[in-house]
Every structure is written in structure tokens, then in C-alpha cells.
Design a protein around this ligand. Structure first.
Ligand code: ADP
Ligand code: ASP
Ligand code: MG
Length: 436
């Protein structure tokens, strides 16, 4: 059994949906995870933002535009009038629901409900198209088996147990279609796995059912060695280890959701990143096989804030770092990079919700300096200490760029540097020029 995930562009129009239908009808048993049509989730975020501001006109304008687009695609997608009617009804009921939330009381609960509508519509549409084509396809509801726990993390045993029920019920169906991104939280409310979370859904399902392979179908021919949005002539990487892919995803390679590699790694299910526009291209295979003697790729993670704590008390003291880290832990704020010296420690975070409280508490140890608008540039490869010379090449490439922090040795696969956001493109390009 395979898990095949298709992103927003891959289901972005009637034509793209037809292409997806042909790719999933390959005769294998496939669980198909779909994102919302491209642009939809952004529109749903806009609608929610208007509703938070009680701007009903703004919300209605986007709702009507979006609804119109769906009917246009439905018109192009189906030939059979009964199926077309059924699809129209599904989409209409979703938009009626969104319209019912256009009112003054608007909270996070309603926002999450709105954000879920895109995946609910795209999956219904593709499933109906497959049925029109006489395929053996059935919808299985993610909201009945994807769940997060009290920490907001996927509840692995719940997912495993509950998706199995659907596999048993539909054991004779070749194609099981489900929604990426959406889930229920510990209070049983509709929630999601954060933007781009459909990759994470696919990986969680692949691990839960112990799939032979997880395929991430997107709009580019695999993971590239640098960010194609900022650097020209990037190249697709044929093979990546789980660890390399996890570092790249976590440190900003948008092609994969930041935490989507871990479930596949734990279950040892290979992940293939493939291009819907060019289905025969080999793409990238991510597996347990380590890469050797190379710098593999570069990625950049935006929106980073650095906090430096300067304290005389750090000198010769044990337990100091624990107290510092405890403050971040109490505010549920993950730390990305760390560097220390005899008199201070610098850390970076990207979750800023509790920054003010964190800084206030850190001030009990000494002076605290906060720098925002930074970017972590992460260089990934076979960077074990025996591989001499790589650090030299990396820092040679970056010789004209001010570096705020450097981290090396945390794993065998990663050197990270912190730069100002205005130097991001220059840093990425300089690294590509020297390393690849
Ligand atoms: P999907 O909607 O299919 O999930 P995304 O837009 O989330 O697609 O991810 C694909 C995009 O990721 C590509 O179009 C590309 O611009 C961007 N991207 C960023 N870094 C990389 C990288 N290292 N390799 C490939 N694509 C990347
Ligand atoms: N539709 C969601 C988003 O745009 C999830 C995804 O595409 O992975 O973020
Ligand atoms: Mg994505």
C-alpha cells in the first residue's frame, strides 16, 4: 500500500484534478491525501482575518469570489449531470457553512472550522470525479482519525487505531481519499497541523499503516539543493537520508512541512518527492540510507529572533543553562540554535507569542539583548568531523556576510549560521556558487 499526497497546485484546477485521478488509478492500493486547491487556504485565512475585525463586507467579497471559482471548476470537471449536481451540493453546503460564520462573534474555534473547508471540498471533488470515471474510490474522513493531544502533537496511537477501522471497512476499495492538514484536537474541536500540514498528514498515515512508500506529489521535481525561489539553477537531489531531509524541512525547505519527515523516519517508510507536472521525473527518494562525502543542500528559515543573555553568574556555575532553558520550556517556546561563551548564552526562537514574558524572566540572570528579523541558513550534508575542509568552504562562501551566530557539531549533518534577513538571498546564492 502507498500513501500519495497531492499539494495545492496539484489539485489546483479541474485539469490538475484529472491528472491526479489518473496517477492514483495505477492499480495499487492507495491512500490519497489531498490539500485544498491552491489559493484556497490563503483565502480562508483572509476571510477569518476580516471576521476577527468584524468586516463582514470584506469577508463576503472573498467568499463570493472563491465560491464562484469552485463552480467554474466543477463545470469543467464533470460530464455526468448527476455527479455534477452532487459536487455542486457538497461545495454549496461548505460555502453555506462559511457564510453562517459571518457574524460578530468570531473566535479561534470558528477560524479553525473555516480553515478546514478547503480540504473537505477538494477531496469530495476528486472522489466524485474518480467515481464518474468508474474507479473504485471512497472518501475516508480525516476528522474521524487524525487527532492531536494536549501538547498539540499528533496522537499516534489514536491515529493508528482509528485509521485501521476505515481500512478494514473499505478493504476492497483500491483508492481511499482523505483530507490533509485537518484534524481534531484534544477537545474534539476541528483543528489543523499548521500551514503546509498535508505533508505531515501523509507521513503520519504512512507510518500508521506501515505503507510501502509515501509519495509527496508537488509542483517541482523533488527536493532541490537550494531554495529555487531565491537561487537560480538549483538541482534536484536524487537521494536524501531521513536526517538530511528532516533538517532541510525544519530549516525552511518549504517543499516539506517542517516536521513531516519524522513519522516516516521512525516507521522507516521511504518518502518520494515527485512532480505532478512531470510524473516520470525521478524526483527525490528519502530513506534510511546515509549520504557520504558531500554537502547536500542549503535552506533558510525566516522569522528568527535571537536572544542573548549576558551574565556574570554563568562563569563557573553549573545549573545556569537549566534555569535558562526552563524559562523557555515554561512558555512552550522551542529553541532552534544555541551558542555559549563563558559570560553569555545566545539562543534563537521563531515562536514569539511569549517573548516579552521570556525576556522579563531572563533579566533576573543579567542583561538581555533581543535581535529580530533574522534568518537561519542551514547547510546540510555528510558533515562528520572526519570530513575536513567543508567548514572552510562554507565560511569562505560567506566571507562577505556578517554572521550573528554559528552552530556546528549538534549533529553530523548540519552547520547553521544566523544572518540578518537582508543578507538572506546573498548568503543562499554565495553558498550555491561555492558549494554546488
Ligand atoms: P505543495 O502545495 O505541493 O505542498 P509547496 O508550495 O508547499 O507545494 O512546496 C513546493 C515549493 O517549495 C516549490 O514550488 C518551491 O518553490 C518551494 N521550495 C522551497 N525550497 C525548496 C527546495 N529546497 N526544493 C524544492 N522546492 C523548494
Ligand atoms: N491547505 C493547507 C495550506 O495551504 C495545507 C497544505 O496545503 O499542506 O497550508
Ligand atoms: Mg506544501
Amino acid at each position: 500500500m502507498k500513501v500519495m499526497k497531492f499539494g495545492g497546485t496539484s489539485v489546483g484546477s479541474a485539469d490538475r484534478m484529472k491528472e491526479v485521478a489518473s496517477l492514483v488509478s495505477d492499480g495499487d492500493n492507495n491512500i490519497v491525501v489531498l490539500s485544498a486547491m491552491s489559493g484556497t487556504t490563503n483565502n480562508l485565512v483572509e476571510i477569518s482575518n476580516y471576521l476577527y475585525k468584524k468586516n463582514h463586507d470584506g469577508a463576503n467579497r472573498i467568499i463570493n469570489q472563491l465560491e464562484k471559482k469552485y463552480y467554474e471548476e466543477i463545470d469543467l470537471l464533470y460530464k455526468n449531470s448527476k455527479i455534477k449536481e452532487e459536487a455542486t451540493e457538497v461545495v454549496k453546503s461548505r460555502f453555506d457553512f462559511i457564510k453562517s460564520l459571518v457574524k460578530d462573534e468570531f473566535s479561534e474555534v470558528e477560524e479553525k472550522e473555516i480553515l478546514a473547508q478547503g480540504e473537505l471540498m477538494s477531496t469530495a471533488m476528486v472522489n466524485l470525479y474518480l467515481i464518474e470515471q468508474g474507479k473504485d474510490s471512497v472518501l475516508i474522513p480525516a476528522l474521524e482519525f487524525m487527532k492531536t493531544n494536549s501538547d498539540g502533537e499528533p496522537d499516534i496511537s489514536y491515529i493508528k487505531e482509528n485509521i485501521k477501522k476505515y481500512l478494514d471497512i473499505h478493504k476492497d476499495s483500491k483508492i481511499l481519499i482523505t483530507q490533509g492538514y485537518i484534524c481534531r484536537n484534544v477537545n474534539d474541536e476541528i483543528d489543523n497541523l499548521q500551514r503546509g500540514g498535508s505533508d505531515y498528514t501523509a507521513s503520519l498515515i504512512g507510518a500508521a499503516v506501515n505503507a510501502d512508500e509515501i509519495q509527496i506529489w508537488t509542483d517541482i521535481d523533488g527536493m532541490h539543493n537550494n531554495d529555487p525561489r531565491y537561487v537560480e539553477n538549483t538541482k534536484s537531489i536524487a537521494e536524501l537520508s531521513f536526517d538530511e531531509a528532516a533538517e532541510l524541512a525544519y530549516f525552511g525547505a518549504k517543499i516539506l512541512h517542517p516536521t513531516s519527515v519524522l513519522p516516516a523516519k521512525v516507521a522507516n517508510v521511504p518518502v518520494r518527492v515527485l512532480n505532478t507536472m512531470e510524473p516520470k521525473a525521478p524526483g527525490t527518494t528519502i530513506s534510511g540510507k546515509d549520504s557520504k562525502n558531500r554537502i547536500t543542500a542549503v535552506a533558510a528559515k525566516d522569522g528568527i529572533t535571537a536572544i542573548r543573555i549576558h551574565s556574570g553568574r554563568m562563569l563557573m556555575a553549573y545549573g545556569f543553562l537549566r534555569k535558562v532553558f526552563e524559562i523557555f520550556e515554561n512558555h512552550k517556546t522551542p529553541i532552534d540554535m544555541i551558542t555559549t561563551s563563558e559570560v553569555g548564552v545566545s539562543v534563537t526562537i521563531d515562536k514569539l507569542k511569549h517573548l516579552d514574558e521570556i525576556v522579563d524572566e531572563l533579566k533576573t540572570f543579567g542583561s538581555v539583548e533581543v535581535d529580530s528579523d533574522l534568518v537561519i541558513i542551514c547547510i546540510v550534508g555528510d558533515l562528520v568531523r572526519e570530513n575536513k575542509g567543508y567548514a572552510n568552504r562554507i565560511f569562505d562562501a560567506l566571507k562577505d556576510i556578517p554572521l550573528r551566530m554559528i552552530s556546528y557539531g549538534g549533529s553530523d549533518h548540519n552547520i547553521s549560521v544566523l544572518v540578518s534577513s537582508e543578507n538572506k538571498k546573498e548568503a543562499l546564492r554565495a553558498l550555491s556558487a561555492k558549494l554546488f
